[in-house]
Each structure stands twice: as structure tokens, then as C-alpha cells.
Design a protein around this ligand. Structure first.
Ligand code: CP
Length: 335
């Protein structure tokens, strides 16, 4: 039997995404269920989390299931991902055993594994997540690697709640300053889901260096074609914000400087004015504003924007709970 995982929304049709969002809305109206009764979920975190961990644990609980949280290399053995290697270094067990053993205990495995930030050619292969999917005999869920599909669903749900029909709404994904170069996962994901929902998407960033990986740009263009939307890149803040219905902010590292971040620093430091503020929001069509969180206030967005009625970031964070329950309920029982 071929197992259906939830690794990227690109593996899911528009109709399937809509069905997950409808189920999430149902869970929001009626939070308790038995869809995971007697079932177990293993949550593996190679990186820190607040929202993802809490919402997955509580989501499993609310559906009658149980979640086990593991941090490999901290409270669980460090895992080897190379095939055929002589394991005489720091790793204690191989993913082949880890994924198969966890599959005997748990009915779902969810994984958070950020890039190593050394070589994008390696990180873009998403090998930790793919290795879990290869060796597990139960469904695997992406809790953020080089995309963040659960965040995508929560974002989409919040946009549907606040704007209704999203077709051809003007959507701005704006890069913002952060003192460190961050993962491109949420930006990749924003692009995927906004184009899949048929919006007219502008990727706003300081220079061509900050354009996202060609794989996600190509997916975005394909999604836009299939769903009647569009995708463009802009470096013009005023033009991008003017008339926007949605402003979604995220900071990320420029891929041409991946692992050699000193080369990017001058552009980054010169781009602090990409902060989302009231003046920029005033250019929009009374846009909603959101961010995946965590967010550094007055660096990425001002207090005034975060505390304004336009900000739906808390709704989006709440929706993580509902959409992940929909994903778990949809995948459970395949092992
Ligand atoms: N947005 C998000 O994934 O939050 P955490 O990193 O806190 O899980």
C-alpha cells in the first residue's frame, strides 16, 4: 500500500486543500472528537518550537490520541541520515531503524528539521524529512523543514475567515529585516498556498538576491496558471503595497549567500525600511496583515501594526490547532 504523507501542499490538489480547510473549520466549531482514539503521534523536533509543539500535542489530545515529543540529539539518540556510512562519529542510530521502530509504536510521525544553513544545494533536498518518509511505515507530517505546509493551511484558513473568496485578491509577501538570515520555509510556503488559492501574488524583497528558490518560484507560477492567479516579483515597496488585500511578512536569508552570510549583510542592514508599518499599510486596500510568529516587534512590524485590527496573526496561530487536527484525522489509519 502506498502511504499518503503530508510533506508539501504541492502533493495535494486544490480540492483536497479545500476539504482539509473545511474539516479544520468544523474542528474549530466543534473541537472535541474521537478521530485519533487509541492512536499515538510521534513528534520529532530537531529545532525549537512553541506553536507547533503545543498545537500538535493538544490537537492529538482533543481527538482522543496521545502525542510523544522527542528531540533527537537532546532527549533521544542522535540520528544518522547518510546511507552506507561507517557510524563511528557522534550519531548513535540510523534513520532506517528510528523510522521503522517509531512506526511500530506510533500511527503518525511528524518532523521538524530546519536547514543546516551551510550549503543550500544540500538543504534544498530536504533529506531528513524524505528519509523519514522513505523508512516509516506510517504517514509522515512536515512540521517545517524547507517548507511549512501546516502554517500554509492555518494562513489560508485565517484569510478565508477574514476575506471570504480569495480569488484574485492582491497578496503581498514582503521580506522584512531580521538581524539573522532565517529559513526560507515560510516564504516558500506562503508563495505556494497564495498561488494555489488563485490570488494575485507579489513577492516583495530588497533585491533579486532575495528571490526564492527556483523550485518554489516555478511551483508558484504553475499554481497561478492552474488557479487563475498570478505571481510577480517587485523591489518597489510603494507599488507592491498599493491596493493590497493581504500583507504577509517574513524574513529570510538570500540564497546566493547561503552559508557565507557575510556577503549578504550589507544588503540586509540597508533594508531595515522593509518593516511593516502604518504608513505602508495605509497604501493598501484595508489589507489584513499576518505573520507566522514568532515575530520581533519593531523590527519586522511595528507595535501599531501588530496591535491593529488588521493584524490576524493570532487567528492564524490559533488555526494551527484546527488544521493540524484535520491533517492528522485525514492521514490516520494507513499504517
Ligand atoms: N509558526 C511556528 O511554526 O511557530 P513555532 O516555531 O513556535 O512552532
Amino acid at each position: 500500500m502506498t502511504i499518503r504523507h503530508f510533506l508539501t501542499t504541492q502533493d495535494y490538489s486544490r480540492r483536497e486543500i479545500d476539504e482539509l480547510l473545511d474539516q479544520a473549520a468544523e474542528f474549530k466549531r466543534s473541537p472535541q472528537g474521537r478521530q485519533l482514539a487509541g492512536k499515538a503521534v510521534a513528534l520529532l523536533f530537531f529545532n525549537p518550537s512553541m506553536r507547533t509543539r503545543t498545537s500538535f500535542e493538544l490537537g492529538a489530545f482533543q481527538l482522543g490520541g496521545h502525542a510523544v515529543v522527542l528531540a533527537p540529539g537532546k532527549d533521544a539518540w542522535p540520528i544518522e541520515f547518510e546511507v552506507g556510512t561507517v557510524m563511528d562519529g557522534d550519531t548513535e542510530e540510523h534513520i532506517a531503524e528510528v523510522a521503522q521502530v517509531l512506526s511500530r509504536y506510533a500511527d503518525l510521525i511528524a518532523v521538524r528539521a530546519f536547514p543546516k544553513f551551510q550549503d543550500w544545494a544540500v538543504d534544498r533536498e530536504d533529506r531528513v524529512l524524505k528519509a523519514f518518509a522513505r523508512y516509516a511505515t506510517v504517514p509522515v507530517i512536515n512540521m517545517e523543514t524547507i517548507t511549512h505546509p501546516c502554517q500554509e493551511l492555518a494562513h489560508a484558513m485565517a484569510l478565508r475567515e477574514h476575506l471570504g473568496d480569495l480569488q484574485n485578491k492582491k497578496y503581498v509577501l514582503t521580506w522584512t529585516y531580521h538581524p539573522k538570515p532565517l529559513n526560507t520555509a515560510v516564504a516558500n510556503s506562503a508563495l505556494l498556498i497564495a498561488t494555489k488559492l488563485g490570488m494575485d501574488v507579489t513577492l516583495l524583497c530588497p533585491s533579486p538576491d532575495f528571490v526564492l528558490d527556483e523550485r518554489y518560484m516555478a511551483y508558484g507560477e504553475e499554481n497561478a496558471r492552474q488557479n487563475g492567479g498570478s505571481l510577480q516579483v517587485s523591489h518597489d515597496i510603494e507599488a507592491a503595497y498599493r491596493g493590497a488585500d493581504v500583507v504577509y511578512a517574513k524574513s529570510w536569508g538570500a540564497l546566493p549567500f547561503f552559508g557565507q552570510w557575510e556577503g549578504e549583510k550589507a544588503i540586509r542592514e540597508a533594508s531595515k525600511h522593509f518593516i511593516v508599518d502604518e504608513a505602508k499599510m495605509a497604501l493598501t486596500n484595508q489589507a489584513v496583515f499576518s505573520h507566522c510568529l514568532p515575530l520581533r516587534r519593531n523590527v519586522k512590524a511595528t507595535d501599531a501594526v501588530m496591535d491593529s485590527p488588521a493584524c490576524i496573526a493570532i487567528d492564524e496561530a490559533e488555526n494551527r490547532l484546527h488544521v493540524q487536527k484535520a491533517v492528522m484525522a485525514a492521514l490516520i489509519g494507513q499504517g
